[in-house]
Design a protein around this ligand. Structure first.
Ligand SMILES: [Zn+2]
Length: 299
């Protein structure tokens, strides 16, 4: 008997998910979990709502609720949907749980201890009409790589190139459509991914049992274009996980969000953070194991 941990991609908190979420990520993992249980293995199948980031803040502001209350409400809704579809999660948690916060801070601290975190001054786009910094995914413009005119500030959906919003040509706010934007300077923490490239490549090469598609996608990330690049992992954000610049530093907190989300600083429509605008980490450990357990019935 083997002990098998299964995590399906975690759904973002805002809105009711469409069937593609169920079919694309949760159902295959559910089938795999049921199969392994039927084979007599010990299975832990977990999922969670992905709660940090700008979309949650904007959705909560639109609903006229504090973001914490909005997320608690939507988590209950999504957990109920999972129950309704008889998904056999052993645990359906929340990325905003204290346990997940501690896990994220642990990972950020370990990365810092190993010299893999760097503070970088960078320029971010501020929308004057929206009166806020625009998170990457809320900026639209022309991709500098392929010319696609509706590329997002975090990634071009046409050529899949990862972008920074300041790379975009003719950028505009996805919230208001305003082109009244300016670039302002802010400081953030970066994960020094370039320093990990050779190690990662050796590790990927050692995996002889991986599907070719998996290996080729991983290699593409390492080698395409300029190769693997350092990446900003913090954002100016209220609704995130505070992390420190160094594991042992008594310095101010930095705030975190999920890796698939945009970000923004507090604005007049949002609760003020305790210590003013603070950057955020994008670390969401795969398959959140934290949170007040919302048990989903096993069938
Ligand atoms: Zn492109």
């Amino acid at each position: 008997m083997a002990r098998i941990l299964i995590t399906s991609a975690i759904p973002y908190i805002n809105g009711i998910k469409h069937l593609g979420n169920l079919v694309g990520s949760q159902l295959p993992a559910d089938l795999f979990a049921r199969f392994n249980r039927a084979m007599g293995h010990e299975v832990m199948f977990i999922c969670a709502t992905d709660e940090h980031g700008t979309p949650a803040e904007l959705a909560a502001a639109k609903a006229g609720k504090p973001v914490e209350a909005y997320c608690a409400e939507m988590h209950a809704v999504q957990a109920e949907i999972a129950r309704g579809f008889r998904l056999s999660f052993d645990h359906f948690g929340r990325s905003s749980s204290q346990r997940n916060h501690r896990l994220t801070q642990h990972f950020a601290g370990k990365l810092a201890e190993n010299g893999l975190i760097e503070e970088v001054s960078e320029k971010q786009v501020f929308s004057i009409d929206d009166n806020r910094f625009l998170p990457d995914r809320y900026i639209t413009g022309t991709c500098p790589n392929c010319g696609y005119e509706a590329a997002r500030g975090d990634q071009c959906e046409n050529c899949t190139k990862q972008l920074d919003p300041t790379d975009l040509i003719n950028p505009r706010s996805s919230i208001s459509g305003s082109t009244n934007l300016e670039v302002r300077e802010t400081k953030h923490l970066y994960l020094k991914q370039r320093a990990l490239r050779d190690k990662l490549e050796a590790w990927i090469d050692s995996k002889k049992d991986w599907p070719i598609l998996t290996t080729s996608i991983a290699k593409k990330w390492l080698n395409d274009g300029d190769g693997l690049q350092d990446r900003g992992i913090t954002r100016d954000l209220y609704w995130g996980i505070p992390v420190r610049k160094r594991a042992t530093s008594p310095g101010r907190g930095w705030r975190a969000k999920s890796s698939t989300s945009g970000s923004m600083p507090p604005s007049n429509t949002l609760p003020a953070p305790p210590n003013g605008p603070t950057p955020t980490v994008m670390t969401t450990p795969p398959g959140n194991a934290g949170g007040a357990p919302t048990r989903v019935r096993r069938t």
